[in-house]
Design a protein around this ligand. Structure first.
Ligand code: 13P
Length: 287
């Protein structure tokens, strides 16, 4: 069932758990995430960066693939197809292409411009039943060409954006895309608490879910995080399992080179990572 994130976020807020956003890159990724969500009876959000959208030949291809897969795999749990760190133009394209949710990342603009563009996209998306995530402060590191300095969000600016009627809000709290460096200072829970205080009831989004220790994840959920994004961790699991298969020479045994065999261990590894995250986030059985 393809839905916006609105209802799943309200339920997560009320139930004190978070729904995982897992970024997809291709058919194997999409199938692995959807099947795991169904097996775990968990709501799920499929994240698509602009780079991944381009890689999959465009947002229309992605939307068509996801919709057909939901039907043909008999996926009955709530699934949102969500643009990740979208530009203004990319957000409009996804609204046209049939995504059920978009993120407009205007965090690199001056706040007034972020407000103006977010406001316009909220009106457009909501007129079609599509949910909107906005961002204040920035996520450190790099993801598919989107680079952030990692500055923490200003709660006053968060309120300005929340007041526009966005459905979910990503606030920088010291989180970073990719693997965390050894000297990482950790999540800034004071900022997270101040952001939620300035935006009562707003479901907050935690980007950079890869490698955040379990206790920090749980504390963030307690302080109002309802959506957690995971990308790199599935990529690392997939790569490690594929490497093992090849290093063991399995691609050279019989028809081990068949892509359906070659990609199978990586596919299973993504499923395992997604399952672990759903258990940690508390979304199992919440569909
Ligand atoms: P990671 O790649 O660090 O898991 O971050 C994912 C993310 O925040 C997607 O927007």
């Amino acid at each position: 069932m393809l839905v916006s994130v609105t209802e799943m976020m309200q339920k997560a807020k009320a139930g004190h758990y978070a729904v995982g956003q897992f970024n997809i890159n291709n058919l194997e990724w999409t199938k692995a995430v959807l099947l795991t969500a169904q097996e775990q009876n968990s709501p799920v959000i499929l994240g698509v960066s602009e780079g991944a959208g381009k890689y999959m030949t465009g947002f229309k291809t992605v939307a068509a693939m996801v919709k057909a897969m939901i039907e043909e795999l008999n996926i009955t749990v709530p699934v949102a197809l969500h643009l990740d760190h979208g530009t203004y133009e990319g957000a409009k394209k996804c609204i046209e292409a049939g995504f059920s949710s978009i993120m407009f990342d205007g965090s690199h603009y001056p706040i007034d411009e972020n407000v103006e563009k977010t406001k316009e996209l909220v009106a457009l998306a909501h007129s079609k039943g599509i949910s909107v995530e906005a961002e204040v402060g920035s996520i450190g590191g790099e993801e598919d060409g989107v680079v952030g300095a990692g500055e923490c969000a200003d709660p006053k600016e968060c309120k300005m954006i929340a007041d526009l009627g966005v459905d979910i809000l990503a606030a920088g709290i010291g989180n970073i895309h990719g693997v965390y460096p050894a000297n990482w200072a950790g999540l800034n829970f004071d900022v997270l608490a101040a952001v939620q205080e300035a935006t009562p009831g707003m479901p907050l989004v935690l980007h950079g879910g890869t490698g955040i220790p379990d206790d920090m994840i749980k504390k963030a959920i307690n302080l109002g995080v309802c959506k957690i994004n995971v990308n790199t961790e599935c990529q690392l699991s997939f790569a490690a399992a594929t490497r093992k298969y090849i290093e063991e020479g399995k691609d050279q045994q019989g028809k081990g080179f068949d892509p359906r065999k070659l990609l199978a261990p990586g596919f299973e590894a993504i499923k395992e990572t997604v399952k672990e995250k759903m258990e940690l986030f508390g979304s199992v059985g919440k569909a």
